[in-house]
Design a protein around this ligand. Structure first.
Ligand code: F6R
Length: 245
């Protein structure tokens, strides 16, 4: 567990509350925090916990800026499967964040290279992310950085692995509808965040989480690079940590 702070949670709800507490503490300390956000099933409970805090008057997100990790190529913001739609639905529409300061790559851009450059420049412009939230893919991906021969550097347009298409088809009516390409922050982009917060739950992730925490740091397990970041917190439930006991 080199340099990684592991917080053990009982279950998904406990994981979500513990991770939301870390995000909320940061926002309270730094009301104009810049957050890197993720989609997928892992952070939904965390977002719900933030909404609950906001509704109880315990959290003010009016000064926060956010930038999402990734977006499917070809999906517009009003497509229910797009990550922009996801973020609006699961968080932004329910808190007092200024939506003009919430950023997601533009899935509808005509020019993929230009969109990657634009997003990377935007990340520099909004300032260093105080915290980057991550989920963990079953194959060890973070963002849409799939296992490969080398760690990616900056925001790029990638082809999704078949295993990721299979894993994500639960959000679509069939695997054929899952877009084959996505924009994603690069591994280098992710590593530039000041703090990394990863949420991991469920037995299905136990094997890959063990590799991330104990296996070699290599691009075949993209999340393993997090061991070289100086401030990483993983909040994981007992099922996900079952191989690391
Ligand atoms: C989502 C993202 C992905 C997911 C990962 C885990 O923005 O970048 O890397 O975090 O695929 O997905 P879930 O949480 O659905 O298991």
């Amino acid at each position: 567990m080199i340099g990684m702070d592991i917080i053990r949670a009982r279950d998904y709800e406990d994981m979500s509350l513990k991770a939301a507490g870390i995000v909320a503490d940061l926002i309270r300390k730094k009301p104009d925090a810049v957050l890197g956000l993720a989609t997928g099933s892992s952070p939904i409970g965390l977002y719900k916990a933030l909404i609950d805090m906001y509704q109880r008057g315990e959290l003010d997100m009016s000064g926060v800026t956010t930038a999402n990790l990734d977006e499917y190529v070809g999906l517009s913001p009003d497509n229910e499967q797009s990550y922009r739609y996801f973020m609006d639905h699961y968080l932004f529409d329910h808190v007092n964040i200024d939506k003009a300061r919430t950023f997601v790559p533009d899935g509808m851009s005509e020019d993929a290279d230009a969109e990657c450059r634009r997003y990377e420049a935007l990340l520099s412009k909004i300032g260093e992310r105080d915290l980057q939230l991550l989920g963990l893919g079953l194959d060890g991906h973070i963002g849409f950085n799939e296992p490969s021969e080398a760690f990616s550097d900056v925001t790029c347009c990638v082809e999704l692995d078949q295993s990721t298409i299979e894993a994500n088809k639960r959000f679509f009516s069939s695997a054929e509808e899952v877009p084959g390409k996505a924009y994603t922050m690069g591994i280098g982009t992710i590593m530039r965040a000041k703090k990394i917060l990863m949420v991991v739950n469920g037995e299905a992730k136990a094997g890959i989480l063990e590799k991330v925490m104990r296996g070699p740091v290599c691009p075949g397990v993209p999340a393993s690079i997090l061991r070289f970041h100086r401030d990483v917190t993983i909040v994981a439930d007992e099922a996900a940590l079952s191989k690391c006991l």
